[in-house]
Design a protein around this ligand. Structure first.
Ligand code: AP5
Ligand code: ZN
Length: 218
């Protein structure tokens, strides 16, 4: 299984990625998680990326494309992969097409902007694994602690309301065009064209998981 999860910030890409990667036994390639790891490691690229991320902007296509191409060379990508938060621009999508990176499904998770702000302010993450919780909608078993490791959960630096609004605007300006891009490719009938599936992303997490699994069976 080789798929792209497409959706606005806070649509639940990371949350659903956890279920999908387990079901299909594939790695989750989250460019956001990769960038946050670089920030934590304090690499020059990480330090430059942090400024852009905290402002709600997009890191340059060259950096992102390089990161993903390197990641795809690793052994665990041979059986498939799940892209989470990538591609996010037409040049990123074109770079994958030009490199012949195969895609079976593009799965769009649709959530209205109004629901996103509440989701983000209540989000808590386990930085080491990227596991994601919500104070109200998806609380951890023990308050403030990761279910698996018991380690502390944190608020992401880019989850403050102003930054979330900027990220949503950037999504509509630069990423939403990929809905049309992939729909067109899917409809083209070209060999190797992916299937395009769209699911409603509002509702209980498990219901959306079941919608996602059903969509990936058709
Ligand atoms: P990234 O980490 O990719 O962030 P994002 O796309 O903005 O998406 P999020 O991680 O915020 O949301 P999500 O859809 O994963 O939702 P989640 O499951 O966590 O990118 C961060 C930054 O890095 C970017 O702004 C950019 O600067 C840079 N970057 C990354 N990739 C890049 C690229 N390709 N090109 C350029 N720059 C790039 O859920 C959100 C919350 O909602 C959680 O609290 C969750 O528990 C809760 N929730 C989930 N499902 C439900 C539900 N059904 N009902 C209620 N609550 C729910
Ligand atoms: Zn995410």
């Amino acid at each position: 299984m080789r798929l792209i999860l497409l959706g606005a910030p806070g649509a639940g890409k990371g949350t659903q990625a956890t279920f999908i990667k387990e079901k299909f036994n594939i790695p989750q390639i989250s460019t956001g998680d990769m960038l946050r790891a670089a920030v934590k490691a304090g690499t020059p690229m990480g330090l430059a990326a942090k400024k852009v991320m905290d402002a709600g902007g997009l890191v340059s296509d060259d950096i992102i494309i390089g990161l993903v191409k390197d990641r795809l060379k690793e052994q665990d990508c041979q059986n498939g992969y799940l892209f989470d938060g990538f591609p996010r621009t037409i040049p990123q999508a074109d770079a994958m097409k030009d490199a012949g990176v195969a895609i079976d499904y593009v799965l769009e998770i649709d959530v209205p902007d109004a629901a996103i702000i509440e989701r983000m302010s209540g989000r808590r993450v386990h930085p080491a694994s990227g596991r994601t919780y919500h104070l109200k909608f998806n609380p951890p078993k023990v308050e403030g602690r990761d279910d698996v490791t018991g380690e502390e959960l944190i608020l992401r630096d880019d989850d403050h309301e102003d930054t979330v609004r900027k990220r949503l605007a950037v999504y509509h300006e630069q990423t939403e065009v990929l809905v049309g891009y992939y729909n067109q490719w899917a409809a083209s009938g070209e060999p190797g064209a992916p299937k395009y599936r769209r699911i409603e992303g509002v509702g209980p997490v498990e219901e959306i998981r079941d919608r996602a699994f059903a969509a990936l069976e058709q």
